[in-house]
Design a protein around this ligand. Structure first.
Ligand SMILES: [Zn+2]
Length: 152
């Protein structure tokens, strides 16, 4: 229980770091020195509140002392993600996709509309891990951006 209380304290600190975009994350698992991991690639275990890289969260969960081990891999990822603060600018992937868009009226509409950004976030969760899909995401965002422009 002491370990869990410790982790919950770290979690509260980490939420503040992620929301403000500055400071240092307290994590339960570190990569080797030569592997840098972006802060948003970490997520909390929803059972012990320890922070692990999202791609190994499932592996941790198999031996987590506090897990109920009943959920699926997808459910675990979801339970972890709802513990994290929602950033206004979106995930790193979405930001990268949007930054590489042509700077015109359509991209300005995309950047300023919260519904389109939420849609983009959804696309990034589904396809963003694959760099080759970024072009597809950009096209989709431009499509809905044009739609909104016409509607206006
Ligand atoms: Zn855990």
């Amino acid at each position: 229980m002491y370990e869990k209380i410790w982790n919950v304290g770290n979690h509260l600190h980490n939420v503040k770091v992620l929301r403000d975009g500055q400071g240092q994350l307290f994590v339960s698992y570190r990569q080797r020195y030569n592997q840098r991991v972006a802060a948003d690639e970490y997520g909390p275990c929803p059972y012990c509140y320890g922070y692990y890289p999202k791609k190994i969260l499932w592996r941790h969960n198999q031996k987590c002392k506090f897990t109920n081990a009943a959920g699926s891999r997808k459910r675990l990822a979801l339970e972890s993600s709802v513990l994290l603060p929602k950033s206004k600018e979106g995930s790193t992937i979405l930001r990268r996709v949007i930054e590489s868009m042509r700077n015109d009226e359509i991209s300005r509409i995309v950047k300023s509309d919260s519904t389109i950004l939420a849609f983009g976030e959804k696309l990034c969760t589904k396809r963003g891990h694959d760099e080759e899909q970024h072009n597809y995401i950009r096209q989709k965002l431009r499509e809905v951006g044009r739609l909104l422009k016409d509607l206006r």
